[in-house]
Design a binder for this molecule. Structure first.
Ligand code: ATP
Length: 324
């Protein structure tokens, strides 16, 4: 390996920059050249690549988003698109890749690497924490902190007015943010995509809380909850339960932004470092992950084929008891 191409793809997540920085500096330390690729797979096809040096990644560890930009690219799903991408990489002298992103990014990396026999190492970057082969993804801790901060602020106003708030947080398939931020923010109820909670059951919980003279109530709704979003849930609850003044707050994309937390910066740095070292050792078509405190690798084929349940079942039970 002489030159490593690095890119971010799919949804952005805080900490991606720290991973880019670590991968670039580890490659340079080992005497390798680095090419930055803008806009993920789109940039390979459109040939928006540039030489990276140590200074290209100065002062980015603390920044949210990704300096390499990101994109979703339909053309890369076609053999013709991937052929153009490969030709551009060959012309630029890129002979290995570090891909930072989610499931789709990993799938693209696996398909491409098999088709053209180019070494590739993936790094899990998504706030959703919904990837296999790792306990944690880059961006998840920061997103949790952002959501907790929002819940705390909403709690202040909810408690002053005796209000019931429904707060919608990100997570189409994964309730990780909802559960963790819900527990940390002291939510009265948490609705998760992985667990069905009937509206009547939720109303029971809220009635019990009201009986215990709670001055405010917060229900966290993951966007992928089967009852619909927070607006639908609030409307259906209100049809039968009107004890409190009800408000809905959809946190939306602010959950994706912001300076990465200390934990995400360190995780991303360890993962970026490991990705390059694994490539240099001859490992390929795998994802970097963390298990406990150990950095590990998992073949992409395995990471993409099984579905790990990331939700902590104990925490689901604890959350209910804490809402007493
Ligand atoms: P997030 O978790 O935030 O959605 P992601 O990496 O899963 O991130 P996707 O849009 O699903 O985001 O995937 C990123 C890109 O990977 C796609 O836009 C596409 O270019 C490429 N990709 C996904 N699946 C394939 C595939 N089967 N073949 C080739 N390329 C693919």
């Amino acid at each position: 390996i002489n030159r490593i191409g690095i890119f971010t793809s799919g949804g952005d997540a805080p900490g991606m920059n720290a991973a880019i920085r670590a991968a670039v500096r580890t490659a340079l330390y080992n005497g390798k050249k680095v090419t930055g690729i803008y806009h993920g797979y789109q940039g390979m096809i459109e040939n928006t690549m540039f030489e990276m040096n140590s200074r290209s990644v100065s002062s980015i560890i603390q920044k949210g988003g990704t300096i390499l930009k990101t994109a979703r690219c339909m053309e890369f799903r076609t053999p013709e698109g991937r052929k153009t991408a490969y030709e551009n990489l060959v012309n630029a002298g890129v002979d290995a890749l570090v891909a930072i992103g989610g499931d789709g990014t990993f799938t693209g990396a696996e398909v491409f690497s098999k088709e053209y026999d180019i070494p590739v190492m993936c790094i899990p970057g998504t706030i959703d924490n919904d990837l296999n082969g790792t306990d944690l993804t880059i961006g998840y801790d920061t997103a949790n902190n952002t959501v907790i901060d929002a819940i705390d602020k909403i709690r202040d106003t909810a408690a002053s007015h005796n209000r019931l708030f429904f707060i919608e947080v990100m997570g189409r398939d994964s309730g990780c943010i909802a559960l963790n931020a819900g527990v940390a923010g002291g939510a009265e109820a948490i609705l998760l995509p992985e667990k069905e909670t009937a509206i009547d059951e939720l109303i029971d919980m809220l009635e019990h809380a009201a009986d215990r003279n709670k001055s405010s109530m917060i229900v966290i709704v993951a966007e992928g909850d089967k009852n619909g979003g927070a607006k639908d849930v609030a409307r259906r609850v209100n049809e039968k339960f009107d004890y409190y003044d009800t408000k809905v707050s959809i946190l939306g994309h602010l959950q994706r932004g912001g300076a990465p937390s200390s934990a995400d910066r360190v995780l991303a740095t360890r993962m970026g470092y490991a990705a390059v070292n694994e490539l240099l050792k001859g490992n390929t078509r795998a994802t970097i992950g963390i298990r406990g405190s150990e950095i590990v690798t998992t073949p992409l084929e395995e990471a993409l084929s099984k579905k790990e349940l990331k939700l902590n079942e104990d925490l689901v039970e604890i959350a209910k008891i804490m809402a007493l």
